[in-house]
Write a protein that binds this ligand. Structure first.
Ligand SMILES: [Zn+2]
Length: 258
């Protein structure tokens, strides 16, 4: 059985739903998919989607302000953090996230604004004793610096760095989550990390509907496609995929305190 530790089900449902409203979410759980962590990009979206998604017992929730919220004019950070805190305490969550820093382009906000929003959420996670799901693109040093100030445990989602960065994360006792990116031909650095990483520190995810793994790159991603990333990793490490999935289930329960 497989677990997708990072999917945006609101976007997935938008893609498949077109005109009809979805009432039965079983269609997501094909091909031995057991559980999904749904990531809401802000508390309003969480509240909008919760009535539908909470109908399925194998969907878990994480909510946080995605880094690009730092670029919203007049974003009242303290008030927004209070709104997030309310949602995280009123509804069962397995993590705070995804949060972090992204330097891909200017649309994410200034480094200072992103760092401030990130650190306020790290402090909240520490207060609520929740793990954080971290989004870090072209910003490893900045994310690591902020993370180091807090005791909260972390899952580095869609890992896109090399061995040096992986070791720093592993030394903190945190988890590394591999997305479809791992299966891409050009992802040699990430594959190098996959070769050496201790098996008790890994998770797999789709980041659906984005980043479909090989051989489905032309398709919109679905949580069940996570099996291809498991299979790629199992082959790389020469272990049976059934054995890998048992290890990862254990990691999932530890990382998200389930
Ligand atoms: Zn995501």
């Amino acid at each position: 059985m497989f677990i997708d530790t990072h999917a945006h089900l609101d976007y997935v449902l938008q893609n498949v739903q077109e005109d009809q409203t979805i009432t039965d979410l079983d269609f997501l759980f094909t091909d031995q998919l057991e559980s999904i962590v749904h990531i809401s990009l802000n508390p309003d979206r969480f509240l909008r989607d919760y009535p539908i998604l909470s109908k399925h017992k194998n969907i878990y929730f994480a909510t946080g302000f995605y880094p690009n919220n730092a670029n919203i004019p007049n974003f009242n950070e303290d008030q927004k953090i209070e709104e997030l805190k309310k949602v995280l305490t009123d509804y069962k969550h397995v993590a705070l996230g995804e949060i972090g820093i992204d330097f891909k382009d200017d649309s994410y906000g200034t480094p200072m604004a992103q760092q401030s929003l990130f650190e306020k959420q790290l402090a909240l996670a520490e207060e609520l004793n929740l793990p954080v799901v971290i989004h870090s693109r072209m910003s490893f040093n900045e994310c690591y610096h902020s993370l180091s100030k807090y005791k909260t445990s972390a899952i580095l989602h869609c890992f896109s760095y090399g061995i040096k960065e992986a070791e720093l994360i592993l030394n903190r006792g945190d988890y590394i989550s591999f997305a479809g990116l791992l299966t891409y031909k050009k992802s040699l650095e990430i594959q190098e990390v996959a070769q050496m990483i201790p098996l008790d520190r890994i998770l797999f995810e789709t980041d659906s509907p984005y980043l479909s793994p090989v051989p489905l790159r032309h398709k919109s991603n679905l949580p069940s496609y996570v099996q291809h990333t498991y299979q790629f990793f199992a082959k790389l490490r020469n272990i049976p995929v059934e054995e890998l999935s048992l290890i990862v289930k254990d990691n999932f329960q530890k990382a998200f305190k389930i």
